[in-house]
Design a protein around this ligand. Sequence first.
Ligand code: ASP
Length: 485
Amino acid sequence: MTKAFRLLICVTALLLLKESSPAGAEENQVIPDKANKNARTKRQSQQTLAVTTILERPFTMNKDSKLEGYCIDLLSELSKKVGFQYEVNVVKDGKYGMMDSDGNWSGMVGEVIRKEADMAVAPLTITSVREQTISFTKPFIQTGISILLKRDTTAEGLFLFRFLNPFSRETWLGILIAYLVTCVCLFLVGRLSPIEWKEPQSEENKFTFLNSLWFGAGALTLQGAEPHPKALSARIIATVWWIFTIFLLAAYIASFAAFLNSGSQQTPTIQTFEDLVKQKSIAFGTIQGSSTFNFFKNSKSPTFQMIYEYMEKKKDLVLVKTFEEGVQRVKESSYALLGESVMQDLAVAKHCDLIRAPEIVGRRGYGIATMLDSPLVRNLSIAVLELSESGHLDYLYKKWWQSSCSDKGNTGWIPLQAQTLGGIFLLLAAGLVLGVIVSLIELVSKAKNSADQQNKSCCSTFSEELGRRFKGASESQEESEKVQP
Ligand code: ASP
């Protein structure tokens, strides 16, 4: 009897020992300084946790009646690290979670509060209001709010004019003005300089306005058109113009090559939230019951308040149920979707006709939600940090955010701005001023010589000479007009 009793005790002890031993080979590999974690792991591995999530690309997607995506991969990693089993369900109302006027929560937040789920693993934004009713882990993805738009197809229509893209509009305007001013200076110097035009009465002036334009255009295309300047003043102007054109062409070629390599399409017409509010042709909205909607609601900024008022007024027309629906609307109609930049970046990577505005506001992060003050949170947070520090979260991001438009991706190319070329514009301006001054000096010295010869005052000879040169201009202009039938 005692023997049988002893045997029973031994069997029970053995059974108990087996139960309290590490659950699997994986846990055996955990390093000793994580002993505490192991203890927690052992406890938690006993239970199967109910996890709620939302069908949102690429976080959780349905594939062959199974769930896959970033969140599913993350959950599997977390379960290994923290040690629990889980069962994933998609949130019943398809919402993230917002509090209604009676204080009831919808979506995943509501399910966690009502203990229908032990945790929510989804792109659920950590916000102060939510944090009061549920607990969040450290963020596993950082994001912010931006605008998702359709590429401007009208600009795409200007495909044939892409050769103009290397310079900004202001730069092109600056170049045109520089060209005209240089030609006017050349024309002036051609008249003023006595070396360039010796005898205004008898000799024909080579630098007519048309010829000056022709000379300028010739240099711009490196063709060296005639007439060739003889006077120092005209040569100064010609030289600075040549230097200007050389730098300009070099900058154009470099920028054009960068443009072609970057495959840049264009920058969106709406760049900021302010641009969005100012225009009327594009409707805009966000996901109902999302933290993005709440962000605009609670913001004190006048622009964001205007956005909120607009969305609140047109609620049924502009709010969408899911991000996917929003993307579809952006593609099919004149609509801009306000939402989180990580999701928008994915949409841009998958749909090449979409573009995201560069402005990002309201920096925030996605966290895993559990019941308020759940003991799970700490372990999950540590696991999230470990995954982040080991680069596993980056790996998951790369895995699920792969672009199908990568060859056309925006690599940050922008057209050359006028300020970038400011130096050569300045050099040109200085050269033009110098050229005109030198031509005046040339004319003054000629006037002085003839004043000495004719015993006249220098000033009167100078003004006579000036008059002859410019009267000559209008006369010769008239003559040339008469010659032409
Ligand atoms: N991730 C968000 C949320 O938790 C959705 C959004 O704001 O766009 O509500």
